[in-house]
Design a protein around this ligand. Sequence first.
Ligand code: TEU
Length: 581
Amino acid sequence: SPDAPWWRDAVIYQIYPRSWADADGDGIGDLPGITARLSYLRDLGVDAVWLSPFYVSPMHDAGYDVANYRDIDPRFGTLADADAMIAQAHDLGLKVLVDLVPNHTSSEHAWFRAALAAGPGSPERDRYIFREGRGANGELPPNNWPSVFGGQGWTRVTEADGSPGQWYLHIFDTTQPDLNWHHPEVRQEFLDILRFWCDRGVDGFRVDVAHGLVKRDGLPDWDGPVGLYDEVGDDASGDAGDGASPAQVQSSGGEVLDHTATGAAPMWDQDGVHEIYRAWREVLDSYGAPDRILCAEAWVTPESRLARYVRPDEMHQAFNFDFLDARWDAEAISAVIEDSLRSNDNVGAPTTWVLSNHDVVRHASRLGLDQNLPRPNGITADDPQPDAVLGLRRARAATALMLALPGGAYVYQGEELGLPEHTTMPADVRQDPTFHRTEGKVTGRDGCRVPMAWAKDEPSFGFGPGSTPWLPQPAVYGDLAVDQQQGVEGSTLELYRDLLAYRRKHRFGHGSLTWDALNSPSVIAFRNTSGDGERTLLVVTNIGGSPVTLPEGDVLISSGPLAEDGSLPTDTTAWLRLPVA
Ligand code: TEU
């Protein structure tokens, strides 16, 4: 309906602040840089932006280690710069989501410093998860949980008197101690942080590791997979219980890794997380219309469990990572779409589609890899290289498919340019803690975090004035820069604009999907009857090897050229206008 809340069909653009636009020329992107470039996003045709963390941080995990949730890191600017950015976005008709990191703080957060100083048994330690070690002298960690980033999930502290002391839990880096969400002060603090940012005008929050806040009572040992960077033995693979089907991926070292959290693991997806989000929803709803939203970053399968995060009294959105994870296979992708729509219909929520973000190999490269091999989490020059032409062709087809689906979608900065993963970055410039904690066995996520390319002939491709970017840009980014694609027919940037404009005009995000007779083991084909009731779109993605004959109808947009006889080549998506049924 025309009165439907804005977020149900929104396309939200993820800005990675370090890497979008650098106004002061220090090689790191910043808030003034973002403010100056926001009109690009209005012209692109998105509804909102989500910014990865810009808070005060020692940057051991690129800002996902927050030392002060109520201030801006000086690298990115000031609170006044944030206010100006939010105001400028609103002037342009864009909503603003910020990133909330509630699972852990930085070890430099005032609370954690106080916990270290106050010692065992203190109320300060109780805000985190401190335990005595096992073994005769407490020399062994309290349980066997590993860190998602490699190595063990516990670090032992030295007490004030110099003696080896308690251990604290960190599901991520040593510098990211997990908070104790059973503690009332922790709960209260995050309610206050939500209000702090709502009062500054933000329209919502992307919630980091939303499935991790509550751990199973007693912190029992766990031998199954914990996440992307976990090495999984034969015995553990695929047997995570709870109907979960963890996607298997492979690191450059060849070990099989698990990519997906499941309901069985004691550190993920515990029932207790849901009451936290109900309390948050009450805070957001107290601000009235238009809705301020919560989007769950929760690597949870199956989709019926993920749907539990988007009940009417909890979050509004949850990233559909099954869609991102799906192999380039018509049956697999159709099954994810069907499963997701069914699971979300049950709770009255739209699905939130996503293909790339700052944690995964960019889809222009991912889809150019051998699809029979498990997916990597980072690619080096020594790995089998993606086929760039094939990858981009499939990425365009995948995006054209995604933006035709009912629901909302997220677009990661640079995917609108078809930017590939940077696969030849030297080891000595890599910054991701996953790379360092695994001594390089896991390549990590730097390759998808490389600064944007705005203008081919400017220093750092227009990222910043005369700056050396914090990560090097590959030469190919020059040819893909915004100024090389703007107004160029057939460019990826113009494709995104066309898709977004048509989708918005006829409200396809509010439409309803029915499978078309063309759907087959090698073709994804559905109809979307638009939210404004004026259009029925036939969407066809050819994933098979042979051309598909399209039915009569206007081809409105296609992700690549059609064949001379009008048929749809492989790895191409077309949007056709059908008469309204
Ligand atoms: O990621 C959450 C998380 O669980 C990741 O390990 C995820 O599984 C993996 O990166 C997927 O490829 C979030 C942030 O998005 C990530 O950047 C942070 O490093 C992490 O939380 C810790 O805050």
